[in-house]
Design a binder for this molecule. Sequence first.
Ligand code: NAD
Ligand code: UDX
Length: 466
Amino acid sequence: MVNNKIKNICCIGAGYVGGPSMAVLAKHCPNIKVNVVDINEERIRLWNCSDLKKLPIYEPNLDEIIGKCRGVNLFFSNNIKECIEQADMIFLSVNTPTKTKGIGAGYASDLKWIEASSRQIAEFARNHTIVVEKSTLPVKTAETIKSILNSSTLIKKNIDLHNINKTFSILSNPEFLAEGSAIKDLENPDRVLIGGEDEESIKKLSKIYENWVESEKIIETNLWSSELSKLVANAFLAQRISSINSISALCEATGANIKEVKKSIGTDRRIGNKFLEAGPGFGGSCFKKDILNLVYLSRFYGLNEVANYWEQIILINSWQQKRISELIIKKLYGTLSEKKLAIFGFSFKANTNDTRESPSISISNHLLDEGARLNIYDPQVSGKQISENLVDKEIDIFMNPLEAAKDVDAIIIMTEWKEFNKLDWDQIFSLMRKPAWIFDTRLCLETDNLRNIGFNIWSVGSNNEN
Ligand code: NAD
Ligand code: UDX
């Protein structure tokens, strides 16, 4: 029998998407019990930690919502079986990284976590369950999930009575939040996308969102358009970054200035002024993986020109990181051996503690390969996490930027943390070896000031260094 109202939601995966998205849902739907489950015990322990500063992910304003909803209608646990059994609706928010071996290695998404959680649902769900794909998935994954769910119920039907009424409906509801602004994005999304075939299930999910999102913003499509739209949205966003970064190199070569070019093109409403910040290339767990996935899908369908077109975005991204590293080496007299440099910012963007695919990792590695010793400071990323990304490397990790600057030849600004502008740069200058360099890969510092103090400055996208 089909339930009329959703009263109990389970979200499998308590990560950067599952945690914040379910927190916001729980906040706006006090009559729904939301269980967020994960196989990772440590992560769940931290989600349940009474000290809200110790939540496993850092997102502005997340702690406030967790403080209000946790233990009321929002629960974090490792009890996957029980939470699936109770659920009318299950969100899949598990990780879908790029495959590292086998067919499609380096491009295709590894769906093993999707498969494992689908099998858990197949085993433990009761009655009718709406399964919602929240993870970013290759087009046609809903077929795979459907096949797992249906085949398991067939096998079990004869031996387990509760499986007799077991039915599933699958929806695609990709998440568009960006880290660092996750709560803002979830509270006020540009759109909510729901793909599916079963009108009744679509309506039920839509009703949940309508508790805080205007109904005009809820877009309904078929399953495949929804799955594909998520990959395409990320590809288009990343494309803008590679475009502006390619032009930053041309600015440096010609005397044009990327800030001025950005303003000039961004005021054209057809282009728009968002996502035009030149920098050290995009990082994060999504852009590279999702474009690789799009490239793989295009090749799979014999569309090699399409695949090559999108792959270029990733190639430019890696090139930007390589060229910035080479430029730093060149400015520091062509050698980094016996030199100490400071990396300011290790997360892949400001306002998050996530370091996945962070440009800081690749640029640090290039500099370390040249013989540099690195002092690393980030206001939110733990020392443990930095070390795990740079295993067995010549690095020292600091909790204080002033200490990190002591005796270094250069400071490389890798993340646009606001606090970097407020540092005591006079004191930092006095602590550094001379000439004291700042490489601003994010265009986030007020450089006129710093030049007056005596720093040599290089900023991405202009050739105005001393
Ligand atoms: P994450 O790695 O932070 O979290 C995934 C969680 O799923 C992990 O804690 C893992 O332990 C858990 N998990 C895996 N298999 C499980 C299983 N069988 N049972 C229970 N738990 C299981 O990943 P994320 O960043 O939250 O991303 C999740 C998905 O959302 C990915 O497909 C990603 O592409 C997509 N996405 C991410 C973002 C983002 O900004 N991070 C934004 C939009 C979409
Ligand atoms: C991205 C998408 O924005 C989001 O919609 C999707 O759900 C997940 O992937 P995220 O990776 O969290 O979000 O952050 P985003 O703000 O998109 O930044 C990604 C990377 O691009 C960061 O390294 C950021 O610094 C960089 N970036 C972003 C630029 O270099 N320039 C820009 O103009 C914007």
